[in-house]
Design a binder for this molecule. Structure first.
Ligand SMILES: Cc1cc2nc3c(=O)[nH]c(=O)nc-3n(C[C@H](O)[C@H](O)[C@H](O)COP(=O)(O)OP(=O)(O)OC[C@H]3O[C@@H](n4cnc5c(N)ncnc54)[C@H](O)[C@@H]3O)c2cc1C
Length: 488
C-alpha cells in the first residue's frame, strides 16, 4: 500500500507548531497538512516543564501570537496560563484536529526525482512512513528525553533527594526542608522564590553570577490600553510598545555596556540595599546580553532573599557528601533536596536524521538562509526563535516566510526549491550567545553566514522590515531531478 501523502508536514505541536499551522491553513487553505507530535500532548515546553513557579520571562504580548490576543491580566505569565493559551488557540482555529500525537519523526529522506520527503515515523513502538512535499520543523531546540546533567562527584553518597527541573517529581514535598538549587539561569531564579514560599531555606549555588533584571509582572500601561481599546487592537498596540522597548533596551546594553552594568547593579542594589552583596553575587564579569538576561517579575527573587527565605552562594562544588554539598571553600551546604538546574541539552531539529538523494546531511556543513531554510536541503524549513527577544517574534515571521515560499513555488511552477548563496560566505556559529549550554552543542547546528540574508540577525525590527520583502528569485533555486546536496 502506498504511504499517505501530505502537501506539508509540521513537526512539533508546541508554541511554534500551532502558530505555523495557523499561518498555513490561513494562507494556503487548499494544501493538506498535519502536525506530527512525539508526545501525547500539545504545548511543548509549556507542557513538559512542571517545576514550581514555571513561567515565561518574556512578556506574553510578544511571546503570544500576533493573531490571538493575550487576555490574561499578567504580562509575565505562569506555565499553566501559557499552556491554556496555546491549547485554546489550537482549539479555536481547528488546529487541534490536525495534530497526530504519539508520532515521532525519526528520519526524513528527500528524493529530488520525486520532489518529496519520505518520513520515518515511530508510533507506539512501530515504524511507518509518510510522504510530504514540504517539511517544516517546529521541534524546538532542546532534547526532551534528557537535560544537561553534569556528573557531580560523590552524588551517590547524598542522603537527600536530587531532582531535575525537566523531570520534576509529581508531589515533591519541600515544605520546611532545606533546598539547594544549583545554577544561576532563568530556571534557577524562577525556582528559588517559588520554593522559598514553603521551604525552610532555599540556597542558590552558582559558579558565577548572571545578570538579573527586575521587571513588572503586570504591565499597568497594557492594562490601561486594554481598558480603552478592543482586544485585537489593544494586543497590537501593546505588542508594538513592548517590541520597541525590548529592542531599545537590548541595543542600549550592547552599545553602552558600562552604562547598562551600572543600571542593572543599581536596580538590584536599590532592592537589596546591600552593595557588597550585589558586587559579590549579581555582578557578572561578562556584559549584559553576552548571555541571556534573566528577568525576575516583581523582583520576587530579591524579595525572597530580603525576607531571609533564600540566599545566594557563589562557589564551586567540591563534592556531594551525605548531608549536602561540600564547596571548594570548604563550607558544607546542608540540604534535604538538591535541584540541579544546570540547563538544557540542545538538540538540532528534533533529532531527525536528514538525507538528501541518499546522502546523509551534515548540518554543520550547511548555511541557514533567512534563519529558516538550509543550503543543500530542498523544501525544508526550520523554526528558530530569537535569543534576545520573544521566541514567537521570529517564529511567526518564519512561518509567514514559509507560506510566501510555497506561494512562490506555485507561481513559478517549481516542485522543489533550495536556497543557494551568491559567492563565498564566511561562516559563523548559528547563535552567538556565550552561554555554556549553547557553546556545548552549537557545533551540531548549521552555520550562519557573514551577510544578510545569511546572517541570523537578533533584531526583530530589521527582520520584520525585510523578511517578507525578500526577492525569492535571487536565492531560492529550483531543484528538479538533480542531486540537490551536491549542487551547493
Ligand atoms: C523553562 C523554559 C522557559 C522559557 N521561557 C521563555 C520565554 O520566556 N520567552 C521566550 O521567548 N522563550 C522561552 N523559552 C524558550 C521556549 O522553548 C520557546 O519560547 C517556545 O516555547 C518554543 O516553542 P517551540 O514550539 O518552537 O518548541 P517546543 O516548545 O520545544 O515544542 C517542540 C515540540 O516538538 C515536539 N518534537 C520534538 N522533536 C520531535 C520529533 N522528532 N517528532 C515529533 N515531534 C517532535 C516536542 O515534543 C514538542 O512538543 C523557554 C524555554 C524553557 C525550557
Amino acid at each position: 500500500m502506498a504511504a499517505e501523502h501530505l502537501d506539508v508536514v509540521v513537526v512539533g505541536a508546541g508554541l511554534s507548531g500551532i502558530g505555523a499551522a495557523y499561518r498555513l491553513q490561513t494562507e494556503h487553505p487548499g494544501r493538506s497538512y498535519a502536525i506530527l507530535e512525539a508526545r501525547e500532548a500539545l504545548g511543548g515546553t509549556w507542557d513538559l516543564f512542571r517545576y514550581p513557579g514555571i513561567r515565561s520571562d518574556s512578556d506574553m504580548f510578544t511571546l503570544g501570537y500576533p493573531f490571538e490576543p493575550w487576555r490574561d491580566p499578567k504580562s509575565i505569565a505562569d506555565g499553566p496560563s501559557i499552556l491554556r493559551y496555546i491549547t485554546e488557540t489550537a482549539r479555536q482555529y481547528g488546529i487541534d484536529e490536525r495534530i497526530r500525537y504519539g508520532t515521532k519523526v525519526i528520519g526524513a529522506e528527500w528524493s529530488s526525482e520525486d520532489a518529496r520527503w519520505t518520513l520515518t515515523l515511530e508510533q507506539g513502538g512501530e515504524r511507518r512512513t509518510l510522504t510530504c512535499g514540504f517539511l517544516y520543523c517546529c521541534a524546538g531546540y532542546y532534547n526532551y528525553d534528557e537535560g544537561h546533567t553534569p556528573e557531580f562527584p560523590g552524588a551517590d553518597s547524598f542522603a537527600g533527594q536530587l531532582v531535575y527541573p525537566q523531570f520534576w517529581p509529581e508531589n515533591l514535598d519541600y515544605a520546611g526542608k532545606r533546598v539547594v538549587v544549583i545554577g544561576s539561569g532563568a530556571t534557577a531564579v524562577t525556582l528559588v522564590p517559588a520554593m522559598a514560599e514553603q521551604a525552610e531555606l532555599v540556597t542558590m549555588l552558582q559558579r558565577s553570577p548572571t545578570w538579573i533584571s527586575p521587571v513588572p509582572g503586570r504591565d499597568k500601561y497594557a492594562d490601561r490600553i486594554r481598558e480603552l481599546l478592543p482586544p485585537k487592537l489593544a494586543h497590537r498596540v501593546i505588542r508594538t510598545k513592548n517590541i520597541l522597548f525590548n529592542v531599545g533596551f537590548y541595543q542600549y546594553c550592547r552599545r553602552r555596556p558600562e552604562a547598562a552594568r551600572k543600571l542593572l547593579t543599581g536596580l538590584s542594589t536599590r532592592i537589596l540595599k546591600d552593595e557588597k552583596l550585589v558586587a559579590e553575587h549579581f555582578t557578572p564579569s561578562y556584559n549584559p546580553w553576552d548571555q541571556r538576561l534573566c528577568a525576575v517579575p516583581d523582583a520576587d527573587f530579591f524579595k525572597a532573599m530580603k525576607k531571609g527565605a533564600a540566599e545566594v552562594v557563589t562557589d564551586h562544588i567540591d563534592s556531594f557528601v551525605p548531608e549536602g554539598i561540600r564547596l571548594a571553600s570548604g563550607r558544607v551546604l546542608e540540604a534535604d533536596i538538591v535541584v540541579s538546574a544546570t540547563g538544557l541539552k540542545l538538540l538540532a531539529f528534533g533529532g531527525i536524521s536528514l538525507t538528501v538523494d541518499g546522502a546523509p546531511v551534515d548540518l554543520s556543513d550547511q548555511f541557514v538562509w533567512q534563519g529558516a531554510m538550509l543550503t543543500g536541503v530542498p523544501n525544508f524549513a526550520v523554526c528558530i526563535g530569537y535569543t534576545n527577544a520573544s521566541w514567537t517574534l521570529r517564529a511567526d515571521l518564519t512561518s509567514r516566510l514559509v507560506c510566501k515560499v510555497l506561494a512562490h513555488m506555485d507561481r513559478r511552477g517549481y516542485r522543489a526549491v533550495v536556497p543557494r548563496p551568491e559567492g563565498h560566505l564566511d561562516e559563523r556559529p548559528l547563535l552567538d550567545l556565550a552561554s555554556g549550554y549553547i557553546q556545548r552543542s552549537i557545533g551540531d547546528f548549521p552555520r550562519q553566514g557573514d551577510r544578510h540574508p545569511w546572517r541570523v540577525r537578533q533584531n526583530y525590527l530589521l527582520d520584520s522590515a525585510t523578511t517578507m520583502r525578500t526577492n525569492l528569485d535571487k536565492t531560492l533555486k529550483p531543484v528538479d531531478r538533480t542531486r540537490a546536496l551536491q549542487e551547493v
